[in-house]
Every structure is written in structure tokens, then in C-alpha cells.
Ligand binder design. Structure first.
Ligand SMILES: [Zn+2]
Length: 460
């Protein structure tokens, strides 16, 4: 192990030069004019994999951009890690807001500025260099490793599910390591172990076949805009609890250990409120802001449309009213079950004076790995060695659909260990990667393969 660590420490400058070359390829997946660069970037990634000693390296074409794969399976009996990442990047506009050109990686104040530096080429490269360190010094890895680096993450990973389904056997693994997220705060290396799911709907109410003059008809029929408002106010009570019967039945309560973990995080509620420009924060009674956004479900109105909204006034009773609404779900809520509960409740609270149509938009399952999972624990130990400090455990309020895909298709838990920063500008001008995080991340990844190779305990 020491050899690999020395190797990383003595090759820092070369690693940086190589990363700059990787970042110089404008692999913008959404831009047809970069199609050739996408192929070039996939080939570059594959060449790296071959150089560091991975086997069966392949650039696989899909109906979209290629997936790059490589593996080393010389540790029989040891766990198999699947490292997932993406080599595609976001577009760069508005280009004039960049201080240095997006595809000429530039170091300023210990940060490396370039499109893709943090999201996600820098983090993919971190794993490549950790593998290299083990292979060049020991000729082997402490665990089996498969790497799958895709080229369509920034455009919805349209062809990845198909690829995973088709390559299920080749991708079989014990754990997936995803390094594509920021840490909780500067200097606070984190492991994300939970994500929320989603259930999204459109509600349409119709009162009459067309808009009516409110002078002639006002008082004779219901106003759909008002009826919609009444329906929506039935969704939550004053303490922020969702009123859909059965909604909380499958919600997994926060454990004391989790609540303690969140309390230790450097989170300034006053500052948070100020940054949002909110007169006051609001959420479910009995929970902190972090608990509400990570581990409790929500109901939100995403949009409303009805009647006359132009300048001036128009005396009209709208014929229709529409709302887009969604719920963020937490383990172990099931989007289909929640959809059925929601639809039944909306039917019950909608007055008979309007016609109701509820349309299911999309849904996604929530996800979490137990804190005592052996791979989560191994990642914690690796961070402690790589960064020299205790890791914190966090969840995310949003979703990362690929995590559910890995669970469903490969039956493997994911560990989300990312070295980005919350202010890294990942989809904006002046994206950067902190170089201390990068080097700490390469060390941590090298320790991680070691810790996972030696880990025992509950795996699911
Ligand atoms: Zn990403």
C-alpha cells in the first residue's frame, strides 16, 4: 500500500498535466458539432485504461455516444467494484463569463478551472490514477475493478439503461462507486448514502366548455381556478404534514445515529435563509432543515395556469385550471403506491362541480444504503486515510436515476463518494476542481480499493 501512496505523491505534477490534456477535449454531448470530439474523448479514456493495465478495454458504440469499459479481475475471492463516471460535459455558454478558456485548464489559487474539471472528468481521472498507482507499484489491485465511463450523462443517459441491461453479466459487481457529486462543504469530505425519489402529476379541472363572461354567468357555475386552489390547500396541513391518507405509511424514520450525524455538519440556518432570500424557513414540524430536505417527503406545486394573466383586466370565468404538482419521496415509499393514494385523494377532495383529470408524469424510486453497510464503512475508513479527517454522512434531496438502475439491474449498492465542492459551478461558467481535493481523492480511491478488498460484513 505504501508504494502506491508514494507513487501518487511523487507523480502529482504529471497527473495534473495529463488531466489538463483530458480536459482539453471539448466533449460536449449535447452539441452535434462535437460528435467527433466525443469519440476522441472516449478513445482517450480507453487509451488511459489500457496504459494503466486494465484488460478488455472497449469503446462500445450505442445509438448515442459510446460507453468506455475496462476491467481487472485478478483478485479471485475479493469483492468486485464497478466504478461509474462520465466523460461528457455541459455546454460552455455564456462563454464571455469564463475568466480563462473552458478547454484550456488553468490553475488559480489551488483550483483547476475548466469545463468538466469537477463534473466529471476530474473525478473519473482520480480513479484512473488510483488504479495506475496500484498497478505500477504492485502489479495488481487489492480488489477486482470494472470501470464504465459513459458519454451521455449530461443529456439524460438515454442509452445507458439499455447498455447495462445488455451487459448485465459483464457488469456484475458487489458495489458501485460513483464519484460525481460535491462534498458537503469545503474541507468536509462526505459520503452520500441516500437520495429522494419523485412522483409527478398534472391536475386538470374543467368547469364549462369555454370561458364565460363573469357578469352574465358569475354566480351560476363554479370557478375552476378557485376549485383548484381549494384542492391544493387540502394537500398539506399547517404543520407541513401531507394529508394524503396512507402517505407516511412506508416512510423510514430517521435513526438517532442519522440525526446525530446531521447535527455535526457545518450548516448555518441563518445564512441559508439569507441566501435564499426567504423571510422565514418553513417545513414539517419536528424536523431540522437538513432532515426535511434529505430524509422527509414533501409535496410541492410546481406550476399553476388558469384564466386571464395578461396586462389589464378581463372579466372572465376560466373554463379550465391546471396545476403541475410533485412529491419528493423517501425510503421506503413506492412511487406507484403513492400515485394511487394521491389520485384517490384528489378525486375525493375535488368538488363535483368540475371535471377532473389526473395525469401521471414521471416517477423515480428513493434510494438509500444502510450506514453500517460494509462498503459505506470501507469508504469512511478510506476517506480518513486519504484526507486525514473523519468523513461525514449525507443524503441528497434530489435524485440520481442511475443509482436505482444499478440496484435493480445489478442488485448492487452504490457508494457516492465525490470530491467536488458545492460552489464548483459545475453547469456554469468557471467550473473548477480544487486540487487538494483531487490529490486527496486519488489517495482516498487508492485506499478505498484496499479497504473494499479487505472488507467483511453486511453487503446489502
Ligand atoms: Zn456529472
Amino acid at each position: 500500500m505504501n508504494n502506491a501512496i508514494d507513487y501518487i505523491n511523487t507523480n502529482r505534477d504529471r497527473f495534473l498535466d495529463e488531466l489538463k490534456a483530458y480536459l482539453a477535449i471539448p466533449s460536449v454531448s449535447s452539441a452535434p458539432e462535437h460528435r467527433h470530439d466525443m469519440q476522441r474523448c472516449a478513445e482517450w479514456t480507453a487509451a488511459q485504461m489500457r496504459d494503466i493495465g486494465l484488460h478488455d478495454v472497449a469503446v462500445s458504440q450505442t445509438a448515442g455516444h459510446p460507453v468506455v469499459y475496462g476491467e481487472w479481475l485478478g483478485a479471485p475471492g475479493a469483492p468486485t467494484i464497478l466504478v461509474y463516471g462520465h466523460y461528457d460535459v455541459q455546454p460552455v455558454d455564456p462563454i464571455d463569463l469564463w475568466t480563462s478558456p473552458p478547454f484550456e485548464a488553468t490553475v488559480r489559487d489551488g483550483d483547476l478551472y475548466a469545463r468538466g474539471a469537477a463534473d466529471d472528468k476530474g473525478q473519473v481521472f482520480m480513479h484512473l490514477k488510483a488504479v495506475e498507482a496500484h498497478m505500477k507499484t504492485n502489479g495488481r489491485l487489492p480488489a477486482n475493478i470494472k470501470m464504465m465511463i459513459e458519454g451521455e450523462e449530461e443529456v439524460g443517459s438515454d442509452h445507458l439503461d439499455g447498455f447495462i441491461r445488455a451487459e448485465k453479466e459483464r457488469l456484475a459487481c458487489d458495489v458501485v462507486v460513483i464519484s460525481d457529486t460535491p462534498m458537503f462543504a469545503r474541507g468536509v469530505p462526505s459520503i452520500c448514502y441516500g437520495l429522494r425519489g419523485l412522483a409527478y402529476f398534472q391536475i386538470d379541472l374543467r368547469g364549462t366548455k369555454s370561458d364565460l363572461h363573469s357578469g352574465s354567468f358569475g354566480g351560476a357555475v363554479v370557478n375552476p381556478a378557485l376549485a383548484l386552489a381549494q384542492v391544493l390547500t387540502q394537500m398539506k396541513d399547517r404543520s407541513g404534514r401531507i394529508r394524503i391518507p396512507g402517505f407516511y405509511d412506508d416512510v423510514r424514520p430517521l435513526t438517532e445515529q442519522e440525526r446525530e450525524e446531521y447535527k455535526r455538519l457545518p450548516f448555518d440556518e441563518k445564512q441559508y435563509r439569507k441566501e435564499l432570500g426567504a423571510p422565514r424557513l418553513f417545513g414539517e414540524t419536528g424536523y431540522t432543515t437538513l432532515e426535511r430536505t434529505w430524509a422527509r417527503p414533501t409535496f410541492d406545486v410546481n406550476g399553476l395556469l388558469s384564466g386571464f394573466t395578461g396586462e389589464g383586466s378581463k372579466t372572465v370565468i376560466p373554463a379550465t385550471a391546471m396545476a403541475k404538482v410533485s412529491m419528493r419521496l423517501v425510503p421506503n415509499q413506492d412511487p406507484d403506491k403513492i400515485a394511487a393514494l394521491f389520485e384517490a385523494y384528489v378525486r375525493k377532495v375535488t368538488p363535483k362541480t368540475v371535471e377532473l383529470k389526473v395525469t401521471r408524469m414521471h416517477g423515480g424510486k428513493p434510494w438509500m444504503t444502510d450506514l453500517d453497510n460494509r462498503f459505506i464503512q470501507a469508504t469512511g475508513r478510506a476517506i480518513e486515510q486519504g484526507f486525514g479527517k473523519r468523513a461525514v454522512f449525507t443524503r441528497e434531496g434530489g435524485s440520481i436515476p442511475i443509482v436505482s438502475t444499478f440496484q435493480e439491474q445489478l442488485n448492487a449498492p452504490s457508494v457516492l463518494f465525490g470530491i467536488g465542492l458545492p460552489d464548483e459551478n459545475s453547469h456554469a461558467p468557471n467550473e473548477f476542481l480544487n486540487l487538494d481535493n483531487f490529490y486527496g481523492g486519488v489517495l482516498t480511491s487508492a485506499f478505498l480499493y484496499n479497504e473494499i478488498g479487505a472488507s467483511t460484513g453486511p453487503a446489502a
